[in-house]
Design a protein. Sequence first.
Length: 114
Amino acid sequence: MSDISYINTWSDKAILAQIGNFIKQKRIKSDLTQNELADKAAISRSTLSLIERGENIALVTLIKILRILDALYILDQFQVIEELSPLQLAKGEKKIRQRASNRSNNQNEEDLGW
């Protein structure tokens, strides 16, 4: 399945379960017990157990665990790659957007005829 659009249909619980399973499989492959991984990541064993079962996880905790499991590479997907529009390329602009544009909902306002 090279198309990952199917993940958009997953519930939050299903995604958490997938993350928990990933962590568990990486831990087992690294030949670490829950106690060993929890100690290295400075979290409790019960917290790690909850994470592996698909319970909520704090991002800081996830980063600690991924670092110990040498799996920070999965965060590469969060890297922002700047894309210039053809118009920007033609103008030679390298302006980076700082915020989203404001969507105008003024369709029902009276036209002032300017």
